[in-house]
Design a protein around this ligand. Structure first.
Ligand SMILES: NC(=O)c1ccc[n+]([C@@H]2O[C@H](COP(=O)([O-])OP(=O)(O)OC[C@H]3O[C@@H](n4cnc5c(N)ncnc54)[C@H](O)[C@@H]3O)[C@@H](O)[C@H]2O)c1
Length: 446
């Protein structure tokens, strides 16, 4: 919405959220307190906030005054009931649709921006249309469009300013053109594509499934590298030079995270099973299975090298976000790996460039498994090394690539292990300091 406001000064953009604390944070004059960290976000926000972009909790009045409404609410995986652990919980989408159906006036274009299971637009349409038939006093009509968001966290602003494509799905050409008229202000016309609603909804799930599958593919190959003497960086480079494959998104690591990949694949799996396509479902399910396996095998590699015992050992954790340049920890591989290490009795010193202590606490202590005296949040990156027996590079923050190892050597315990799950270190440099290193996908590991 910030990018729309910036490129369309003639449009009034109102962001509304039922979470008042979030709205307060979006209105905070201290830009360090924004709820989301994204490079470049605060610079644009400061330009448009309280000009043509406002944040408020006045959901109903905002709906009443809007010609176009983007539904961008959370659609996490269902926790209970039918489809639990498999398909999206649509309660927030449905409640938005009900509120819109009650509060909208005149003709309103409703845009699905949230990622949704295929055919959700039908549900939204039915809820909206039911209100038009019930209220004869009000002449209200709706058009429903699908406009999935393809941005990646960490590069969101650039992805929005220079998108690979903007996808608009619908069956009402006038409404589709109205949405296109917004994007055309900064996106080249040939990158704005029209499809029907179902192709648009399915394209978003498919894009995330294919991206996640690439990560699981390269991660499965990283394990083969370790046992055969190959190096995953070299393999990725060599295969990525094939123009049919391409070099992007071929970086091995501890597994994909973020709120979307797992959820969107699980939705695809659920959809496939629903239509009896069990082989298709099994195929995509394996992408998620490899991701869990990768996290688990890293944890086992760590324990094995620390003599099978983590009790009374201090381990430094560098990075908690699921990737660099974000403060998002949803589905971060660091959570599962840290939980497993805590379960072995290790004490963890955790540093992250943008994730705060409160978030780490929420992620680690859910289900009351671990209490706060088994880990500490460190603001200074070097303090994670104090009396540590090992350090694990979990997130690829750039400051971790240029640590001053001479400063670290006097404060660690020997023998000391470095675990590089992101391939950001030069193993020879680490070995030259007399330290042990295990690097993901490196066939020269001990
Ligand atoms: N985060 C991403 O990188 C990303 C990328 C592409 C697509 N998506 C999709 O976008 C959607 C939102 O993702 P997110 O990460 O921003 O989720 P989020 O949980 O961070 O934010 C959703 C917000 O919606 C608010 N909300 C819920 N119900 C509401 C209602 N009835 N009225 C007003 N506000 C309401 C919540 O309070 C919350 O602040 C999801 O469907 C996700 O799959 C996210």
């Amino acid at each position: 919405m910030v990018v729309i406001a910036k490129n369309c000064p003639d449009i009034e953009v109102e962001v509304v959220d039922i979470n008042e604390n979030r709205i307060k944070a979006w209105n905070d004059t201290n830009l360090d307190n924004l709820p989301v960290f994204e490079p470049g976000l605060s610079e644009i926000l400061i330009d448009v906030r309280n000009n043509n972009l406002t944040f408020s909790s006045k959901v109903e009045s905002s709906i009443r005054n809007s010609d176009m409404i983007f539904i961008s609410v959370n659609t996490p995986i269902k926790e209970k009931g039918m489809g639990a652990g498999e398909t999206s919980d649509l309660r927030w989408v449905e409640s938005c649709a009900r509120l819109i159906s009650k509060s909208a006036r005149g003709h309103t274009i409703v845009v699905e921006k949230s990622t949704l299971p295929v055919k959700t637009a039908q549900t939204i349409k039915e809820i909206l249309d039911s209100s038009t038939s019930n209220n004869s006093d009000e002449d209200r009509t709706f058009s429903v469009l699908s406009n999935p968001e393809f941005l990646a966290e960490g590069t969101a602003i650039n992805d929005l300013v220079n998108p690979d494509r903007v996808l608009i799905g619908g069956d009402d050409l006038e409404a589709m053109n109205a949405l296109k008229d917004i994007y055309i202000k900064w996106v080249p016309e040939n990158k704005i594509i029209f499809t029907n609603l179902w192709s648009s909804e399915l394209s978003k799930l498919s894009a995330n499934a294919l991206l996640a599958q690439r990560i699981s593919s390269i991660n499965s190959l990283s394990a083969i590298c370790e046992v055969t003497g190959a190096e995953i960086g070299d393999v990725a480079h060599a295969v990525g030079m094939d123009s049919r494959i391409g070099g992007k998104f071929l970086k091995a690591g501890p597994g994909f995270g973020g709120s979307c990949f797992k959820k969107d694949i699980l939705n695809l799996v659920y959809l496939s099973r629903f239509y009896g396509l069990n082989e298709v479902a099994d195929f995509w399910q394996e992408t998620v299975a490899i991701n869990s396996w990768q996290k688990n095998r890293i944890y086992k590699e760590i324990v094995a090298r620390l003599f099978g015992n983590l009790a009374d050992k201090k381990i430094g954790i560098l990075g908690f976000a699921f990737k660099e340049n974000t403060n998002d920890t949803r589905e971060s591989p660091a959570i599962d790996i840290c939980r497993n290490l805590l379960n072995e009795g290790a004490f963890l010193n955790i540093h992250d460039c943008k994730v705060n202590e409160k978030t780490i606490d929420k992620d680690l202590s859910s289900k009351n498994l671990f209490d706060k005296n088994m880990w500490a949040h460190k603001k200074d990156v070097y303090s994670v090394f104090e009396d540590a027996h090992a350090v694990i590079f979990m997130t690829e923050w750039s400051i971790y690539k240029t640590l001053d190892w001479k400063r670290i050597l006097p404060i660690i315990k020997q023998p000391f292990w470095v675990f590089d799950t992101r391939l950001i270190l030069d193993p020879n440099e680490i070995k030259n300091f007399g330290l042990n290193i295990w690097q993901l996908g490196n066939g020269m590991n001990k």
